[in-house]
Design a protein around this ligand. Structure first.
Ligand SMILES: Nc1ncnc2c1ncn2[C@@H]1O[C@H](COP(=O)(O)OP(=O)(O)OP(=O)(O)O)[C@@H](O)[C@H]1O
Ligand SMILES: [Mg+2]
Length: 324
């Protein structure tokens, strides 16, 4: 496996041409993809604001955090920008099991010249810092508080990193970049949607130069995303009704009528399920209705009626799928 230590961006690409966004910005890019570059998703629809924030991260070494409700395209946005710049990426899910040793490194026993020797193996942070890599902390608000302090120092621009056990100070590669995604903005599971989300330390939040949010998109943008994701779906009228339905659940959630809501990811699943079952109600039941609690189903049925002008079959409301 060739190392990417010496790779450098040698191109400068126009944001207008590459992302179809009205901007004069140019952004450095690598001439070829390596194994760490995510695959390009040709169907991806870039949101102008979020894309510009991510571009600023790559071009001007800003630390960028994207916050927003689930399934809105936070993680994939960063990857798809990186894919177009051929910028190597490492996406790290900050789940509760990630330990300081995973991040910083640990002594490990290796075989060298038939001898067992103990050697320090760098964790993901020092490894990335030395390389032209975009390190993405996914689910930033799921990280345990003690772990988050490891990250604090490198959030500063020239953020050197001290490997205490090794008496080493690592200066970041000039093309090292850092991004994060999170569902909350540090208040923990306040709205009940994000069980497991931690409160974030504000000194830490303060170190992110750009915080942008990606909540739900304008109706037409969302329709375009579904069309791009599920090109077999050609019924515009149905598609518009589906997106309106999702919008109603979000409004219902916002005013406290529903405890769950449909994300763009749910709408994509619904459209995909429709390709399988060829029935909008069955597809809907599998994609969303079965995730709702029984006492909220009548309200969801009312939304459905409003958008599709047909009743959600009564039997779907209480019985299990097989007993229909
Ligand atoms: N702008 C878009 N264009 C095309 N597909 C999109 C877009 N936004 C989201 N998607 C699709 O929606 C799904 C959810 O996206 P993603 O996983 O990036 O969401 P997320 O915001 O990171 O969600 P979570 O908060 O749950 O981690 C993916 O399948 C992705 O491909
Ligand atoms: Mg995500």
């Amino acid at each position: 496996m060739s190392d990417i230590l010496d790779l450098e961006p040698s191109l400068s690409v126009s944001v207008r041409d590459t992302f179809n966004i009205d901007s004069h910005l140019k952004v450095p890019a690598f001439s070829e993809p390596c194994e760490f570059v995510p695959a390009v998703d040709e169907a991806y629809q870039f949101n102008a604001d979020v894309t510009l924030a991510i571009i600023a991260g790559f071009a001007f070494n800003r630390r960028v955090m994207i916050q927003g409700l689930h399934g809105t395209g936070k993680s994939t946005h960063i990857e798809q920008v990186a894919a177009r710049l051929n910028w190597p990426c490492v996406r790290l899910n900050l789940d509760g099991q990630i330990s300081r040793l995973d991040l910083v490194g640990k002594d490990a026993i290796v075989i060298r010249d038939n001898q067992q020797v103990t050697e320090f193996q760098e964790g993901i942070i020092p490894w990335s810092l030395r390389r032209p890599v975009a390190l993405i902390f996914d689910e930033y608000d799921a990280g345990r508080p003690d772990i988050m302090f490891v990250i604090q120092r490198i959030l500063e621009r020239d953020g050197k990193f001290t490997l205490l056990d090794q008496n080493q100070v690592i200066s970041p590669n000039p093309n090292f970049r850092m991004f994060a995604t999170s569902n909350t903005i540090g208040q923990g599971n306040l709205n009940g949607l994000y069980h497991g989300a931690q409160m974030l330390n504000h000194a830490q939040l303060d170190r992110w130069d750009i915080v942008t949010s990606l909540n739900y998109l304008p109706h037409d943008d969302e329709v375009n995303i579904i069309k791009a994701r599920v090109p077999e779906f050609t019924d515009e009228k149905l598609l518009n009704a589906m997106v309106s339905m999702a919008q109603l659940t979000r409004n219902g959630f916002a005013v406290g009528d529903l405890s769950t809501l449909m994300s763009p990811r749910t709408v994509i699943s619904w459209a995909e399920n429709f390709q399988i079952f060829k029935d909008i109600q069955t597809a809907f039941r599998f994609a969303f209705l079965n995730k709702c609690s029984d006492d909220e189903k009548p309200l969801v049925a009312e939304y459905f009626q409003r958008c599709f002008d047909e009743e959600l079959e009564e039997s779907y409301m209480h019985l299990s799928p097989t007993s229909k």
